[in-house]
Ligand binder design. Sequence first.
Ligand code: C2E
Ligand code: CA
Ligand code: CA
Length: 755
Amino acid sequence: MRDTFSLIFAVLILALGACSIIAYRSHKTNSFSVALLTASFIPPVIGNLIIIRSTEKTLSLIGDYIYYMGMDLVMFALLKFTYDYCNIRSRIKKARYFADGLLILDIAQYLVNPFTGHAFDNEAIMVEGTPYYRLVPYLGQTFHRVVDYSILLLVIVLFIVKAKRTSRFYSERYYVIVISIIVAAVWQTFYIFSRTPIDRSMVSFGVLALLIFYFALYHRPMKLLDRMLAGIASEMSEALFFFEENGRCIWANEAGTALAGIEENDFESVPSQLFERFGDAYKSQEEYISSYVFGTGDDIKYYMMEKHSLRDEKKRLAGSFLSIRDNTEEQQKLKRKMFNATHDSLTGLYTREYLYERIHEVLAARLNTEYFVVYIDVRNFKMINDIFSNEFGDHALLTISDWIKSWMSDNCIFGRLVGASFGVCIPVSEFDPVRLEEALSPFVMDNGSINYHILIHLGVYKVVELNMEVSLMFDRANLALSTIKDEYQTHIAYYNDEIRKKVLWDQHISAQLHTAIAERQLRPYLQPIVDKNGQIVGAEALARWIHPDDGFLSPGSFIPVFEKNGMIVEVDKYMWRCACEILTRWKEKGSDLFISVNISPKDFYFVNVVEEIKKLTAEYGISPAQLRIEITETVMMSEAELRMKTLNEFRELGYVVEMDDFGSGYSSLNMLKDMPVDVLKIDMKFLSKSKDDGKAQTILQNIINLSDDLGIDSLTEGVETENQFNMLNDMGCKLFQGYYFAKPMSVEEFEEKYI
Ligand code: C2E
Ligand code: CA
Ligand code: CA
C-alpha cells in the first residue's frame, strides 16, 4: 500500500513539475499563474511522500510541515489563479489580500509550532507491520483548516459565480474546474475525518492541478468555435447554401434565405427556388465561378456565384456549398469609374483616347459601311474665352456639344478632341452637308444676355484605309480645314489628295531649304522700279528657287509654306545678304540704284530685324538709303506699338520704309497718318478686284492725295499697261513697278541692262 502510493506520488511530482515548466514556457494567457499553481502542488505531495515513507517521528514531522505549509502555498496559488482565470477585478480584490494575510499568519504559527506545540503533533500507529506517524491536531491545526477551507470555499464561490455569469460556451471550462475542486475538497475532508493513515486525497489534488493545467491552457471550446463560425456565416452579406452530396440543402444563412425567398429553415425548397432564378448552373457538381446579370437600367442586378465541393480524406464528395454575392454596387462603381475615365467632364462626351478606341472598334467591325471622320473646330473660341469669360466659354462648348449630339444617330461616334475641337465618325449616308452649312451660317450662341456668332468649321476625311490610325484620320480631317479661304462663307472642307500632296510638298521643300540656300538654288530676281519719266531708280528683290528636280519655283509655291512654319526668316536673312552683295557690286560700278527687300511679319518673332539689317549694311559698307525695307500692314496686327517703334528706328537710321500691299487687308486710310513709313506701295490687283473702274480710280486718287498730304511717296505696283501708267502719273503717283516696265529678272540680266 505504502509503495503503491509512493509510486503514485512520485509520478505526480514529476507530472506536476513537467506541467509547471511547460506552462511557464508557454507564454499563453495566465500561463504564469497556472505554472505557479501546478508547482505549488508539488510541496504537499512531497510532504505526503515523506510521511508515508518515514518510519521515524522527526522525519515524519518534517513531512507534516512541508505538507501543511505547502497547502498554504497551494491556497495562495489557487486564489491567484482563480482571480486571473476568472478575470476578477475591483472590489473583491480586498478579499484576496485578506486571505493572503491569513495564509502568512498560518505559516507563521506553523513555524513556531516546534517550540509551542500548539498546532499539531504526531503519533505512531502500525500500518502493514511498520510504524506510520499519524497527525494529532490541536488548536493551530484547526485554524489552518478554517483558513484553507474558507479560501477553498471562496474559490468555489468565485468559480460558480463566474460560470453562471459567462456565456454558456465558456461555462464548461469553469464548471469542470469547480467540480474537480469540490471533489478534491470532499475527498480531503473525508480523509481528515476518517483518519485513515494515508492521505489519498493528494491524488485528487494532483488531478485537479492537471485538469487546471489542461483547461486553462489547452482547452478550446469547440462548440463556441462552431457557433462563432456559424455566426460569421449567417451574418455574411453573401448568400450561403450548404448541400449534402445528394443536393439536398441543409442550411442557408440569412442572406441565403432572403435571396432564395424561403421561410426560415425551409431549406428543402432552396434548390427549386434557386433553379427558378439561376437555372441549372447551381446544381453542377463541379466547382465553378460565374457571374449573372438580371434586369436592365436602374433595376439591373449583378451576381457572382461560386460553388465549392467538400470532400473527405478519401476524396469522396461529402457535400458542397454555394455562395452567391450580389455585386451590383461594385459593378456600378466600376462602371462609373469607367465612365469618368472615358468621358469628358465638361461635356460628357467621350474623351479623345476613348473616341479613338471606339472608332477603331467600329471600323474594325463593320466593313460595308462607308464613314467620314469629321474634325469640328471652333475657330474663334479663344476670342470667346478672352472677350467674355471662361463660364461663357464653357457654356459655348456645352451648346456646341448639344448641337453635335442633336445631329448624331446611333450609328455615329463622337467625342471631344481637345479644347474647342470635337471629333465625329459618321456613316457617309448620314452626313448632310447642306443642312450643316445652314446650321453653321451663322451658328449663334445665346445665353440670355450675350448673343454671339460662333465660327464652326468642319474638316471631313473619308475613311478609306480601315487600318489607319484614327489619330491620323483626324489629322487629315484637320488639314482639310486649312483649305477654307473664306471662313465666313464656307464651313465644311473635305480632305482630298491635293491636300495630302500639298502636305508632302511642304515637307519636301522644308527639308531642302538649307541646301537650297547653301547651293544658291534660292536666289534673288530683280524687278525694276521707275519714276514719273520711266527712268529706273531701283529694284525689288524677289526670291526664286531654281530647283534641281522641280525646276523654276516662284515664291507663291514656297514663301507661304515657310511663313507658316517660321523658316521664312532663313529665306529673308539670305535675301537681305544677297541684296547687300549686289549693292556693293553696283557701288563699285558707280550706280546708285536702291534695292527693296521684303520683310515677313514672322521675321519679327524670330530675330531683331533692325539689328540684323544694321549689321549687314555695316558689314558690306552700304548706305542705309540704298536698302529699302518692305513691310506689310499685317505686321501692325500684333504689338502695334512695338512695331511702330521698330519702323521709327529704321527711319532714324536712314533706311527707307515702304508699306507693301497697302489696301489688301486691315489697314485703312485713317491708320495711314500714324504709320511711320516713307513710301506707300499700292497694288493694282487690289484695285482691279472692284468691278467698278470709276470707283477704283476714286479710291486710288484719294490714297495718292492723302499720302501726298502726309509727305509719303506713293508707288503703284502691278502696272501692266501704258494707260495705267499715264493715268497714275496724272494722279500724282511718284513711283511705278510692273510688267509694263519689266518683269522680275535674274541679277545678271538686270545688271546687263541697267548697270
Ligand atoms: P510682292 O512683294 O507684292 O511682290 C510683287 C509681286 O508682284 C511679285 O510676285 C512680282 O513678280 C509681281 N508683279 C510685278 N509686276 C507685276 C505685274 O505687272 N503684274 C502682275 N500680275 N504681277 C506683277 P512674286 O515675285 O511671285 O512674289 C510674290 C510674293 O512673294 C511677293 O509679293 C512677296 O510677298 C513674296 N516674296 C517674294 N520674295 C520674297 C522674299 O524674299 N521674302 C519674303 N518675305 N517674301 C517674298
Ligand atoms: Ca514686296
Ligand atoms: Ca506688293
